[in-house]
Design a protein around this ligand. Structure first.
Ligand code: C5P
Length: 246
């Protein structure tokens, strides 16, 4: 079925501390976005790849244009849109630019440059089996606790206190690309566009919007190499993986 990949690349990259959008940060000599574009196009599933770039960007837009030229007619159509203030806003902007008739959408973080093609394929295959939402996931290695700020006298001891411990065997760390029936994802984002700012600020992936519609979200295995580049250590790790593979 007609499939598009959305790549969200409109983040500021503040935590990486490079003073440039994260998608522009070089990894083995090429911007993160170029690695993600190659991965998304190379998986061979998409007839369109739509990239959300920071508003006012010229460099990432130019990179997409050059990449599209290199691909020529052999590759998917590359579309660039200005992203928004939040990741969800950026996804929404990209969804509005999808070619009519798109049935499946895979939403992918530019910040996961080493995601193997197998992950794209596992997600797409589960969509093909009839799922409306599919996400790649990994077991959690750390024990995860919920917390609250301390109050009163306790705040002299520490800033936070534990309120509970989740059952680790039931937890998964989720990655991208997250795959959706296009109409379902559009509806989920339309509903979330009306959420209160506080609720909207807590949106960290697309699947949670689809969950809130009551639609089942299915899991397929992710991959260690689909990790998100967030900190300088992650970038170092990515460099090491690439160097070891070449
Ligand atoms: O900030 P975080 O690492 O969770 O961002 C995940 C992805 O969402 C990144 O690829 C980033 O570029 C993208 N993003 C975006 N628009 C925003 C914020 C984040 O496209 N406003």
């Amino acid at each position: 079925l007609p499939t598009a990949v959305v790549i969200v690349a409109a983040g500021s990259g503040t935590r990486l501390g490079y003073g440039m959008p994260k998608a522009l940060v070089p990894l083995a000599g090429a911007p993160l976005l170029l690695h993600s574009l190659r991965g998304a196009a190379g998986a061979g599933l998409a007839r369109q790849v739509c990239v959300a770039v920071p508003p006012g960007d010229t460099e990432l837009t130019e990179l997409c244009r050059t990449f599209a030229e290199e691909l020529g007619d052999a590759g998917p159509e590359i579309t660039v849109v200005p992203g928004g203030a939040t990741r969800a806003d950026s996804v929404r902007a990209a969804l509005a630019a999808l070619t009519p008739g798109t049935r499946h959408v895979l939403v992918h973080d530019a910040a996961r440059p080493l995601t193997p093609p197998e992950v794209f394929h596992r997600v797409a295959e589960a969509l093909g089996r009839g799922a409306a939402a599919v996400i790649p996931a990994m077991p959690v290695v750390d024990t995860i606790k919920s917390t609250a700020p301390t109050e009163g006298e306790a705040s002299a001891i520490a800033a936070e206190v534990v309120t509970g411990t989740a059952v680790r065997e039931q937890l998964r760390a989720v990655q991208t690309p997250q795959g959706f029936d296009a109409a379902t994802l559009l509806r989920a984002h339309e509903v979330a566009a009306a959420w209160e700012p506080e609720q909207a600020a807590a949106i960290t992936d697309d699947a949670m919007l689809v969950e809130s519609l009551g639609t089942p979200v299915y899991l397929v295995p992710g991959d260690l190499q689909a990790f998100k580049v967030t900190t300088p250590m992650d970038l170092h790790f990515a460099e090491t993986i690439l160097a070891a593979g070449s």
